[in-house]
Ligand binder design. Structure first.
Ligand code: AMP
Length: 499
């Protein structure tokens, strides 16, 4: 078993269909597979063995995908690091993952040279470094078959924890990637005519598995952008280059501010969101404006996908992340690990071939992440209805405890999003002498709108229990976000707790 077989099979079935597209450059499956084989054989020539770690730090690009499959096909482990990282962040992760080679663009050369001097890496694959990808492509051979790996062998390591704490290296197996790609392609009815936009970074599970790997599995085309750029996204839509759009909720909020949006969408037929709670109001507005329903899935780096909400569009329930994916088990448990009866809120726990092997060199964190029997604790609070639909209440760590009462920020945010003057918001708990935590709403108003906090407060007061109504409203021009576009609540709490 090898993830590289997904690419080989698409190249066998559809050699002339476009596989990857970046700006004006597009490669067919035959061309991509040829390049990948050259990188793979060149890496073997350089003495890389199955199980060796190789890091990739490029931004989303054809080079990124070429290295990735080259590494996987020879059975080495792809350590996929954020292109945005440099300095200490990059050094710490590389020191932790110990890759033999790092593929990078020239912006990180100085950091990488320092690491090489310290003996942390052997070679820098970068223009100006020891060798670059162009040379590998030149010296490698175009024919190569993916080597056989065990289903439990690690294929990739992704670092997680960006929005919650210290990063951990999540070990994902060949079986996991193949399972995820196949489930996603199935639930999305994907085919070889799809063109999937990917501006979400490939080092994150959303960009890497949900968009890129599942598109390669179904022989569609990955249309990539190095970063989120709304003007370029709209241009790609207008050029009829996108049929599937994947994003986190914040980007839908931004796109909804564009005038004549519907006329600018070209061949777009499918819209998807994951990664953070999607306010129901945004799904409704998007449908009204574009005619397209935003489909959702719930997942995380340690195990994905977990649920899907739209295999049968007529059964799509707005506000729910849907039912568990085939072969993925979901249980709602209390803090002691006991399974709760249907309809009760508790921690979402999952088991299946989508679940990570563990955290790299971190047995304590690995054992804390699981209940006995291989049940992964997601750290998310949810509830399941009688039809098996899962509703995310909130992240365990984002719950606000105020005067001894629990407040789910999501509930308050959902209401705020129904206000016409609110573009984006985050509800957090700030330290408070009297309440322990004080419910605080941080709001980005729509252009030209004022937030009259008395009016908003009155609106919330008539709809929420008194302890849930924010005690403070702070208006800001933007909210801090991760490279994947998720609102960073930890960062917001830090900023405002210091004031
Ligand atoms: P990450 O590991 O960075 O992908 O983050 C995973 C976390 O994102 C999950 O534990 C959830 O808290 C959140 N998340 C992912 N998908 C959804 C979704 N559809 N709705 C709400 N939260 C989500």
């Amino acid at each position: 078993m090898n993830v590289g077989v997904n690419l080989e099979q698409s190249a066998f079935l559809f050699p002339d269909r476009p596989a990857v597209s970046e700006g004006r450059v597009q490669l067919t499956y035959a061309q991509l597979n040829d390049r990948v084989n050259r990188v793979a054989t060149a890496l073997i020539e350089m003495g890389i063995h199955p199980g060796d770690h190789i890091a990739i730090t490029y931004p989303n690009s054809i080079d990124w995908i070429t290295c990735y499959f080259g590494v996987l096909k020879i059975g080495a482990v792809a350590v996929t690091l954020a292109a945005a990282f440099s300095g200490d962040e990059l050094r710490n992760l590389i020191a932790h993952a110990r890759p033999r080679i790092v593929f990078s663009d020239a912006t990180k050369l100085a950091d990488l040279e320092a690491l090489k001097k310290e003996g942390k890496i052997e070679k820098i694959a970068c223009t100006g470094g020891d060798i670059d990808i162009r040379e590998l492509i030149k010296i490698g051979s175009p024919s190569f078959k993916a080597v056989e790996r065990d289903r439990t062998d690690t294929a990739v390591i992704l670092y997680t924890g960006g929005t919650t704490g210290v990063p951990k290296g999540v070990m994902i197996t060949h079986e996991h990637v193949i399972f995820s790609s196949q489930s996603i392609a199935y639930y999305e009815h994907s085919n070889q005519y799809d063109r999937a936009l990917c501006f979400l970074p490939f080092n994150h599970v959303f960009g890497q598995f949900h968009i890129m790997n599942s598109t390669i599995f179904s022989a569609g085309c990955v249309e990539m952008l190095p970063t989120l750029d709304v003007d370029r996204i709209l241009k790609l839509f207008e050029e009829d280059r996108i049929t599937k759009f994947f994003s986190v909720p914040t980007v839908y909020v931004r796109l909804l501010t564009i005038t004549d949006l519907k006329e600018k969408l070209g061949k777009l037929r499918y819209c998807f969101s994951a990664g953070a709670s999607m306010a129901m109001e945004i799904v409704k507005q998007w449908k009204e404006v574009t005619g397209i329903t935003i489909a959702e899935s719930y997942g995380m780096t340690e195990g994905m996908p977990i649920t899907f909400n739209h295999f049968h569009p007529e059964k799509h329930v707005i506000g729910s992340v849907g039912q568990p994916v085939n072969l993925v088990e979901v249980q709602i448990r209390d803090a002691s690990g006991t399974m709760l009866e249907q309809g009760k809120e508790g921690e979402i726990c999952i088991r299946g071939r989508n679940v990570m092997k563990g955290y790299l060199d971190n047995p304590e964190a690995t054992s804390a992440a699981f209940w006995d029997g291989g049940w992964l604790r997601t750290g998310d609070i949810g509830v399941m209805d009688e039809d098996g639909y899962v509703y995310i209440v909130d992240r365990l760590k984002d719950l606000i405890i105020t005067g001894g009462e629990n407040v789910s920020p999501r509930e308050v945010e959902e209401l705020l999003y129904t206000r016409p003057e609110v573009q984006e918001c985050a509800v957090i708990g700030l330290p408070d002498k009297e309440w322990g935590e004080r419910v605080t709403a941080i709001i980005v108003p729509k252009a030209g709108c004022d937030i009259a906090s008395d009016e908003v407060k009155l609106f919330l007061k008539t709809r929420l229990s008194p302890f849930k109504v924010p005690k403070e409203y702070i208006v800001v021009s933007e909210l801090p976000k991760s490279a994947a576009g998720k609102i960073l609540k930890r960062e917001i709490r830090r900023q405002f707790a210091e004031k």
